[in-house]
Design a protein around this ligand. Structure first.
Ligand code: MIG
Length: 799
């Protein structure tokens, strides 16, 4: 689009020189002689919003992405005028606006280092076909600059040298570099000279990003309509950039119920009821933990949403209850296409109330999906969302379904060019009527939002659980997501790893892949390796299309079943750790998975690493991505790491071989960490937690850890009924000190911790708990490395 040829430049128009400037509190308007206005809003000291109009008038300011809870306010704002430029100064940034051409450059306010600078800057092309502009921006790539983010792109973690398109697309069996696929998250983080900034281009039209592909020293982004409207987010830490982006576009509105972090089993499709029971019984029989079972489209009557097949599921309420009694939460799929059928109440209501999308000249948007010819609710209309949310009453309140799975919401349409709606379809867009060109990328998001509203209402006082395939920035407020129709191949295992990391870096942490691959069938080895990766993903579900054979943990023989069980058990042990990571994400916008670059951006070795990642704050994991492997080489970020299986200590800052036969995988714990563990349960809540295990990894020096708990469901935690334990560990050659600070009003069901000490370099002689001295006979010391201690201690010395 932005091409470096004379010919292509012809259509481009540019702002001319500034003729007026006005400031209104946090908003500055710069108007050029040819009628362009640049509006800069200071959201925060480190977040600036840039909007441009070429007509002298801004459109109604509305965004589906930005949350009303976004933080606003700054410590400092002053504007200086020089002969050739204006300079906007906050406590973090200096933004220069050239008087001659409206180009901007942003500097670190403290160090004056250049962070981000326009090349051509804002320019545009008029769109004769649709009216309005094709809006464009180009920036100078700084020396050594790298780029990360952009949602679900199945490319390497570092995006440098690549160009991408954003147009939410149903992408069955996509491959490495297929673009675009299911999600549009037009946000990236850039890193150069140890400093990171982010750009969020909040434009829902089809958009593009070019990271030094077209020209090696230029990054650019553009969209086929709408406004040049982007947020500049300064770090300098990458995790700050991501946290600030997540603050803008929203954190999950509540924590998931803990069971949603358990293991989920899915297939297209488990039916009839007897088959579902056979699967769930087998989990219990083989003692493989599992919390959720999914019903794909075949549970419905002729694929009509909100109906049940009388033949396959004659008594859903009874079945769902029986499953629940056995610890299984039932999750059902709901697609957007509503079957054209005058006898079908959902269709009738939609028609009577005028809730379906229409074409430009008035006819309904008719398209073929699973039920045959369908109409599609306009989820961009708040009244339609309200109606949709109420359709869930029976499913949730009456029948007892615990979660809803939104699929095909790109929206996908069969057998048509573009696999979706044509451009002319009309949408309400919250009272800003527009065509599908503008609404396409947010359609699935608004469907998931409407579904979420329903679940929230009818699952109350329990927490809702929703999963969506399509998404735009901000969708993380309402729902979890999966990476769509992947393939059972080793390459796809690596793609799943990268996509999960990338989604986390794009503000959307509640993500996982179809474990084992959706299309085709994995062999046992691939399935086992995928489970090993999957247990570290925030969302952990096996799913497959089913037309190539079975894909349950026991499908591949006893050896594989044992490996799969071992790792799912590990996930259940780690539930308090994962829940704490989720809480940090929901609270502070800190991604649950951290690519190594996000973990340590100062170490340039991390900038192109894709395989290794940090889960939560303390666990370094690296999947085995090849067949027949006995281990692999991996990079250890700086610091000291304990091999999870052997307690052997590895010094970071180097690449090393790690043994990992099929029943193992490279897992390392940061030294100084306290890792909380629950006992293995077959499902969340099976057992009352009678003791919290704390694995303590000795370190010379200091380290802090935290453990967040609450009732694991419900909303009491919002009223303060949670338990947050902050631990600080200080290790010396002959002493280990652990201090605990506890906050929150929730009383955990257990009274004691079982401390398991790893790597303690001395023999324990005595223990001092809150100033009282115990010889090791007094405490229940087990060998040299494990003992029980009251959960309320504040100060522990081990000597
Ligand atoms: O056209 O509902 O990505 O997870 O099993 C296929 C059937 C529709 C696509 C989803 C997949 C789901 C399948 N769906």
């Amino acid at each position: 689009m932005i091409l470096n040829t004379e010919l292509e430049y012809k259509g481009n128009l540019f702002p001319s020189h500034i003729i007026s400037y006005e400031k209104n509190l946090d908003t500055l308007n710069f108007t050029t002689e040819n009628g362009v206005i640049l509006q800069i809003t200071v959201q925060r000291d480190s977040v600036l919003r840039f909007r441009f109009t070429t007509t002298g008038i801004f459109e109604n300011d509305f965004s589906y992405a930005i949350t009303k809870y976004a933080s606003r306010g700054y410590n400092h704002l002053e504007v200086e005028e020089e002969e050739d430029k204006y300079i906007i100064i906050t406590s973090k940034l200096k933004c220069q606006v050239n008087k001659a051409d409206l180009r901007t450059a942003i500097y670190d306010a403290q160090t004056n280092e250049l962070i981000c600078e326009d090349e051509l800057g804002f320019h545009w092309e008029e769109s004769y076909e649709f009216g309005g502009d094709i809006v464009k921006m180009s920036k100078v790539a700084q020396e050594g600059e790298s780029y990360y983010g952009l949602g679900d792109k199945p490319a390497d973690v570092n995006l440098k040298g690549k160009r991408f398109e954003n147009w939410v697309t149903d992408s069955y069996a996509y491959g490495k570099y297929t673009d675009p696929i299911y999600k549009t998250i037009p946000f990236y983080t850039a890193l150069h000279h140890k400093k990171a900034y982010g750009i969020f281009f909040d434009n829902t039209f089809r958009s593009y990003f070019d990271f030094c592909q077209e020209r090696r020293n230029i990054s650019s982004f553009w969209a086929q309509g709408g406004e040049m409207n982007y947020y500049f987010i300064y770090g300098p830490d990458m995790s700050e950039v991501v946290a600030n982006y997540t603050d803008l576009t929203g954190k999950p509105h509540q924590l998931p119920p803990l069971w949603a972090l358990g293991y989920h089993q899915c297939k297209w499709s488990y039916y009839p009821e007897a088959k579902v029971k056979e699967i769930t019984n087998k989990f219990r029989e083989l003692k493989i933990p599992c919390d959720a079972i999914y019903l794909d489209i075949d549970y419905m009557e002729g694929f009509r949403c909100f109906t049940w097949s009388k033949e396959y599921f004659p008594d859903p309420k009874r079945m769902v209850k029986e499953l629940a009694d056995d610890g299984f939460k039932t999750i059902v799929i709901i697609d957007p296409g509503i079957k054209i059928d005058k006898e079908y109440s959902v269709f009738k209501e939609g028609l009577d109330n005028d809730y379906f999308c229409k074409r430009a000249d008035g006819p309904y948007m008719k398209g073929k999906v699973w039920p045959g010819e369908c109409y599609f609710p306009d989820f961009t209309n708040p009244e339609v969302r309200e109606w949709w949310s109420n359709l869930f009453q029976e499913l949730i309140e009456e029948i007892g379904v615990k979660g809803v799975w939104n699929d095909m919401n790109e929206p996908a349409v069969m057998d048509v060019p573009g696999k979706s709606f044509p451009d002319d379809v009309r949408h309400d867009y919250e009272g800003n009527p527009c065509s599908h060109r503008k609404a396409h990328n947010i359609y699935g998001m608004q469907m998931a939002r409407a579904t979420y509203q329903g679940l929230k209402k009818f699952a109350y006082p329990k927490r809702p659980f929703v999963i969506t395939r399509a998404a735009y920035s901000g969708t993380q407020r309402y729902t979890s997501s999966w990476t769509g129709d992947n393939v059972a191949s080793w390459e796809h295992l690596s793609i799943a790893n990268i996509q999960a990391q990338r989604m986390c870096m794009s503000g959307f942490s509640f993500i996982g892949s179809d474990i084992g691959g959706f299309a085709e069938q994995p062999n046992g080895e691939l399935y086992a390796r995928w489970i090993q990766l999957g247990i570290f993903h925030p969302f952990c579900r096996t799913h497959s299309s089913g037309d190539h054979g079975d894909q349950e943990p026991w499908t591949f023989g006893k050896n594989i079943t044992d490996v799969v069980r071992k790792f799912i058990e590990l996930r259940y042990e780690l539930l308090p750790y994962l829940y704490t990571a989720f809480w940090r994400y929901a609270e502070e916008g800190i991604p649950i998975l951290k690519s190594l670059v996000l973990y340590d951006q100062l170490d340039t070795h991390t900038h192109y690493r894709s395989d290794e990642f940090i889960c939560g704050e303390k666990i370094l994991a690296c999947p085995i991505l090849e067949p027949n492997a006995k281990g692999r080489r991996m990079y250890f970020p700086t610091g000291e790491w304990y091999n999870y299986w052997t307690d052997e200590i590895v010094e970071g800052g180097q690449e090393l071989w790690v043994d990992a036969d099929l029943d193992s995988m490279p897992i390392f714990i940061k030294s100084g960490a306290l890792i909380p563990k629950y006992p293995v349960q077959q499902f969340v809540g099976e057992k009352e937690i009678e003791e919290l295990k704390l694995d303590v990894y000795f370190k010379i020096g200091k380290e802090t850890s935290e453990v967040y708990e609450d009732a694991h469901d419900g909303y009491d935690y919002i009223k303060g009924r949670y338990s947050l334990r902050n631990f600080s560990l200080t290790g010396k050659t002959t002493e280990l000190v652990i201090q605990q600070h506890k906050s929150g009003k929730y009383t955990t069901p257990y009274d004691t911790f079982k401390l398991q000490l790893h790597g303690l370099p001395f023999k324990i002689k005595k223990v001092i708990i809150d100033k009282v001295e115990y010889s090791f006979k007094d405490i229940q010391l087990n060998g040299n490395n494990s003992f029980i201690i009251n959960k309320d201690f504040t100060d522990l010395h081990i000597l």
